[in-house]
Design a protein around this ligand. Structure first.
Ligand code: ZN
Length: 225
């Protein structure tokens, strides 16, 4: 059985330059899919416009099957707002793109279960599209078209806040985090509405500070040497 850390580490290299909300949602998706017995791997995060054009050429001016209907600049991947995932098989190496696979034997296709978790986190699923179904694809548009994104529009601060509230509230509890200092785990924390909560003593002492508590003034004093 793969551990959650092993599953997460498989995707770590694909998450660079995702929008922070999509990154947070993707972390939660990896965790929640795993909790349902379906380890997944993120196979694509942000894609540059040049990479998108390469992909568009496939099946048209270049060899291979058609895998996308959009040119560079017209994909939410180009703005760090979309991810693609595949099922990670129990050997921890092989990927499956079989949208009918039911590895956890609960009579619901694994792809559909992952999509269900994704939708709870605020993603739109490519498997719900009517024309070109893309079962591996999840995106967050924030109501913006790719033309607007190309022109430099961004999700508003309020949209970001609302999206994070959906991500953190969807499970009815905050998401657990690991707090590490220089690569070494020092304590566990939680992410609540976009704020990291961690035991102050564990963090301060790891940084070489002293922590005392004054119950009269209800003040936590952090003293550095
Ligand atoms: Zn995609």
């Amino acid at each position: 059985m793969l551990t959650l850390d092993q599953v997460k580490s498989k995707s770590a290299g694909r998450l660079g330059d995702l929008h922070p909300v999509v990154l947070t949602a993707t972390g939660a998706l990896l965790q929640r899919s795993y909790a349902r017995g379906i380890p997944i791997m993120i196979t694509q995060g942000r894609r540059t416009i040049a990479e998108q054009n390469e992909l568009y050429a496939q099946g048209r001016t270049k060899k291979g099957p058609i895998v996308t209907n959009v040119r560079g600049g017209s994909s939410y991947h180009n703005y760090g707002l979309a991810i693609d995932f595949a099922l990670l098989l129990p050997d921890g190496k092989t990927l499956s793109w079989d949208e009918r696979r039911d590895g956890d034997n609960d009579k619901v296709a694994d792809y559909r279960e992952v999509a269900e978790e994704g939708k709870k986190l605020g993603f739109t699923w490519g498997g719900d599209w009517t024309s070109f179904k893309d079962y591996s694809h999840l995106e967050m548009t924030f109501g913006l078209t790719t033309a607007q994104l190309r022109a430099g529009r961004q999700p508003t601060a309020q949209q970001v806040k609302d999206a994070l509230a959906v991500i953190n509230g969807g499970s009815g509890q905050a998401d657990e985090l690991t707090i590490s200092l220089n690569g070494r785990k020092i304590t566990a924390g939680i992410l609540e509405n976009g704020t990291t909560m961690a035991p102050v003593r564990a963090v301060a002492e790891a940084l070489g500070a002293k922590v005392t508590y004054d119950p009269l003034t209800r003040t936590v004093n952090i003293t550095t040497a």
